[in-house]
Design a protein around this ligand. Structure first.
Ligand code: ADP
Length: 261
């Protein structure tokens, strides 16, 4: 398909604090439905899962910022991501006139994954994406459905797997670049990637691979931002037109941090 014929598609990931706060979530969803063109929403929910685990007396084990998904934790994240957050988001989008459908990676075989092999660390039921079903996504999108994707995948043998939402968004965006002109937008509670963590006015407008390396070496960019940026560069290499990291309350391509190779 030539570039000119491709419809535009925004793959938007929302995470962190935004999902926990009713009013910021409402503002975000208003902005999301107003985006032109086709859309997919990918949500996280780690903090909500941690809270429910505490209430159920299940200890959330984290290693280097990553959750260890034991069998009990997998049950919790299945309930929280695949149920609570996904279905509430779908209902909120329906209320805004957006015909959303909520899915995990198992539904329609949208996203399959392999259980992460045990090396130094056993992550438990954590999945590394191996394929995104572009035909199934196209079927939904071309029939007026806005997919809302929970960060759960399946291994094709009946096992659900907990999978990083940033990675899911990046993999979907990369594969669907074959069919659509894709923008990938990561939304969180800050206005973009900051050069000073304490100053919201220090948004870095454009980040290249070279400047990323240097911010990383100076530890200005760290923790959860590193996999987000690694996923952003991966998506660009796979043909995604633009990647933006921005605030969930503005959600437009003219603010935040633009990532380029
Ligand atoms: P989410 O779950 O909201 O998508 P993550 O927690 O995975 O996000 O990653 C975002 C976090 O990255 C921010 O909340 C912040 O603590 C951290 N971070 C690290 N370096 C930076 C930076 N330079 N600018 C902004 N955030 C940064």
């Amino acid at each position: 398909m030539t570039e000119i014929q491709k419809k535009t598609l925004s793959v938007v990931k929302v995470g962190g604090a935004v999902l926990e706060d009713v009013s910021s979530l409402a503002v975000f969803l208003d902005r999301f439905v107003a985006l032109p063109g086709l859309k997919i929403l990918v949500h996280g929910g780690g903090r909500v899962a941690t809270k429910l685990s505490e209430q159920l007396n299940i200890v959330s084990k984290m290693v280097e910022g990553r959750r260890i998904t034991d069998a009990n934790t997998l049950d919790v994240v299945t309930m929280v991501y695949g149920g609570l957050i996904n279905k509430k988001t779908v209902a909120a989008l329906q209320a805004r006139g957006c015909n959303a459908g909520g899915f995990t990676g198992g539904d329609m075989n949208l996203i399959s994954a392999d259980k992460r092999p045990v090396k130094d660390i056993d992550y438990g039921f954590a999945g590394d994406v191996n394929s995104v079903n572009q035909e199934a996504f196209a079927l939904l999108l071309n029939n007026g459905i806005t997919p809302v994707i929970a960060p759960l995948t399946h291994d094709g043998k009946g096992q659900l797997l907990n999978t990083n939402a940033d990675t899911i968004a990046s993999e979907i965006a990369g594969v669907l670049s074959n069919l659509f002109s894709v923008s990938l937008v990561f939304c969180f509670e800050k206005p973009g990637v900051l050069s000073d963590a304490n100053d919201e006015n220090s948004v870095i407008p454009e980040l290249t691979l070279t400047s990323y390396q240097s911010y990383k070496e100076k530890a200005i960019i760290h923790s959860g931002m590193i996999p987000k940026l690694d996923n952003s560069f991966d998506a660009l290499r796979k043909g995604v037109k633009q990647v933006i990291i921005t605030s969930a309350s503005t959600l437009d391509i003219h603010s935040g941090t633009r990532i380029s190779l």
